[in-house]
Design a binder for this molecule. Structure first.
Ligand SMILES: *Cc1c(COP(=O)(O)O)cnc(C)c1O
Length: 484
C-alpha cells in the first residue's frame, strides 16, 4: 500500500504540474519529431522505476497530448472530464473489476444495473427495459442493429435467404458506424437506404413511410430505422416522436443514435428536443460525449429486455444456463469488460443530473452565441443554425470565391493544428468545405471564441498573402478590396 500511494501521488503530482503550466491544447510538434521521440525508446532496456518511466512518458506523451479541457480545443466530440469520474477511474482500474459475471464483480454488476435503470427511466422506457454498458457509440449502434436483425429474423424460416433482403433506413447524416455495422452483420452492400430530409437535414417522417412501403413492395425487409439525436456535423435531431409513431405503425425496429444528443436527457431547458425517444426499441448513449465522462463510457438501452436474450450464449465455465445470479455477459458483446458504470455513478452522486444538464446547456448556449457572432461578421459564412453545440462556418469575405475558399479552409485548419494554439475540425457539406467548432467544454467562453475567430481571420490572410507572393497568376486586383 505504501508503494501504491507513492505511485499514485507521483503520477498525480506530475499530471497536476503539467496541466497547471498548459497554455494551449497542443504543443504543435510535428509527426516526424514525435515519431523520433517514440521510436527512440529502447523497449528492451527497462528504466527500473515508475518514477523514471513517468519522467520519460511526461516528455513523450504529456508534453504532446491533445488536451480536451483547454478552452481553445474546439474540434471533435471530446469532453473535459468530471473529477468524480476520474476518482472512479482510479478505483476501477486498481480493483480491476470485470463486469461480465457476478462472481467477478458482485456490487459492480448491481451498480451497472442501477445506472442502466436510471438511464432507461430518463429515456421514459417502462419496467421491461434493460441495457448494458459498451465501449462506445460504435459498439452500441452495432449492438442495437444486431438486436434489430435478430428481431426481424425471429420468425424467419430461411435466414440465409432473408438476410440479404434486410434493409436499414437512415439519413445520409447518420453516423458512419451504421454502415459499418451493416457490413459486420452480414447485410447486403446496399443495405443502408437513405431517407430524405427536410431543408434542415432532419429525417422527413413522411418520406420514411414512403421508403418503407417502397422497400416492402419490391420484396425487401425493412429491419430497422436509425434516427439520430444529434448528428455529428450539424447536431440535427431527427423528429423522434413522428418517426417513432411511424415505426410502430409500420412495425419496424427504431434505433435512436443519441451518442451525442444524450446530454439532453439531463437538460432542464432542452429535454423537449428528444421528445418521443421513449418510442424507440433501442437507444445508443455516449456518456463519454455529453455527460463529461472519460473514455470509455457508453451504453445500449432497449425498451424490451427480452430482446437482448436472443444473442445470449452460454459457457459452462462462465454463465451456465442454470445460473441463479445476474451475469451481464449474457447481454454483452464483450466478455471481460470495464466497470465504466462506476464513473457515471460517482458523477451523479457528487454533482447530480441537473448540474450535468446545465453544463450541456451551457455549451449549446455558447454555440448559439457563436452563430450570432459569425452571422454579424461579413468575413464569415455559416452553414446552418446550430441545434446542439456544433457550428459549421467558413472564412469567406465577399471578395473570396467559393472555390478559393474550399481550397483555403483545409490548409487553414492544418496551420492552426500545427501551431497548437487552437484545434478545430473540418467537414464537407453540400460539396463545400466547412470549418467546425464542436463545443463541449463549459469553460470555453465568448472571449475564447472571439480570439480563435481572430486567429482564423489572421491565418487565412497570411495564407492568402503567401499564395499571392508566390503565384503571380492570381491577380491582386481581384482581391484588393479585402486583401489588406
Ligand atoms: C460519436 C458518435 C458515434 C460513435 O461513437 P464512439 O463512441 O466514437 O464509438 C455514433 N453516432 C454518433 C451520432 C456519434 O456522434
Amino acid at each position: 500500500m505504501d508503494a501504491y500511494r507513492a505511485t499514485i501521488d507521483e503520477t498525480a503530482d506530475m499530471l497536476a504540474d503539467r496541466v497547471r503550466d498548459l497554455r494551449q491544447p497542443y504543443s504543435g510538434a510535428s509527426l516526424a519529431e514525435l515519431r523520433d521521440l517514440v521510436d527512440g525508446v529502447d523497449l528492451d532496456t527497462p528504466l527500473g522505476s515508475t518514477g523514471a518511466a513517468l519522467h520519460e512518458v511526461g516528455k513523450l506523451y504529456l508534453d504532446h497530448a491533445i488536451w480536451f479541457h483547454e478552452p481553445t480545443y474546439l474540434a471533435h466530440l471530446n469532453c473535459p472530464v468530471a473529477l468524480p469520474a476520474i476518482s472512479a477511474e482510479l478505483l476501477l482500474a486498481a480493483v480491476n473489476t470485470s463486469v461480465d459475471t457476478w462472481d467477478q464483480s458482485a456490487t459492480g454488476t448491481l451498480i451497472e444495473r442501477r445506472m442502466i435503470d436510471w438511464t432507461t427511466a430518463r429515456i421514459g422506457f417502462g419496467p421491461t427495459a434493460d441495457g448494458v454498458f459498451t465501449s462506445g457509440g460504435t459498439q452500441s449502434n452495432l449492438h442495437g442493429l444486431l438486436l434489430a436483425r435478430e428481431a426481424a429474423l425471429a420468425g424467419s424460416t430461411d435466414r440465409a435467404a432473408d438476410l440479404p433482403r434486410l434493409r436499414i433506413l437512415a439519413t445520409t447524416e447518420s453516423h458512419f458506424s451504421v454502415g459499418k455495422s451493416a457490413g459486420v452483420l452480414g447485410l447486403a452492400r446496399d443495405a443502408v437506404v437513405p431517407v430524405a430530409t427536410d431543408g434542415t437535414g432532419r429525417m422527413d417522417p413522411e418520406a420514411l413511410v414512403d421508403t418503407v412501403e417502397e422497400l416492402r413492395d419490391s420484396g425487401l425487409l425493412p429491419m430497422a430505422v436509425v434516427a439520430t439525436a444529434g448528428t455529428t456535423d450539424l447536431g440535427c435531431v431527427d423528429p423522434l416522436r413522428a418517426i417513432g409513431v411511424a415505426c410502430r405503425h409500420q412495425r419496424v425496429w427504431l434505433h435512436v443514435d443519441a451518442a451525442y444528443g444524450c446530454g439532453l436527457l439531463v437538460s432542464r431547458r432542452r429535454r423537449h428536443l428528444i421528445d418521443g425517444i421513449e418510442l424507440a426499441d433501442s437507444v445508443t448513449v455516449d456518456f463519454h460525449k455529453s455527460f463529461f465522462q472519460p473514455v470509455s463510457s457508453s451504453a445500449i438501452l432497449v425498451a424490451d429486455g427480452s430482446t437482448m436474450r436472443r444473442i445470449a450464449v452460454h459457457a459452462d465455465y462462465l454463465n451456465p444456463r442454470t445460473a441463479t445470479v445476474p451475469n451481464q455477459v449474457d447481454k454483452s458483446l464483450q466478455t471481460t469488460r470495464r466497470f465504466d458504470a462506476l464513473k457515471l455513478w460517482m458523477t451523479l452522486r457528487t454533482m447530480g443530473a441537473d448540474q450535468l444538464g446545465e453544463m450541456f446547456d451551457t455549451v449549446v448556449d455558447r454555440a448559439q452565441e457563436t452563430f450570432r457572432r459569425l452571422t454579424a461578421d461579413p468575413d464569415f459564412e455559416v452553414a446552418a443554425v446550430p441545434t446542439l453545440s456544433t457550428v459549421l462556418f467558413r472564412y469567406r469575405p465577399p471578395w473570396l470565391t467559393a472555390d478559393d475558399c474550399d481550397r483555403l479552409m483545409p490548409r487553414l485548419r492544418a496551420r492552426l493544428f500545427d501551431s497548437g494554439v487552437a484545434i478545430i475540425a473540418g467537414t464537407t457539406l453540400g460539396r463545400h468545405y466547412w470549418l467546425k467548432f464542436t463545443l463541449l467544454n463549459p469553460d470555453t467562453n465568448g472571449e475564447h471564441i472571439r480570439s480563435v475567430l481572430e486567429l482564423i481571420r489572421r491565418t487565412a490572410r497570411d495564407l492568402l498573402d503567401e499564395e499571392w507572393d508566390c503565384d503571380p497568376a492570381i491577380e491582386p486586383a481581384t482581391v484588393a478590396a479585402g486583401g489588406a
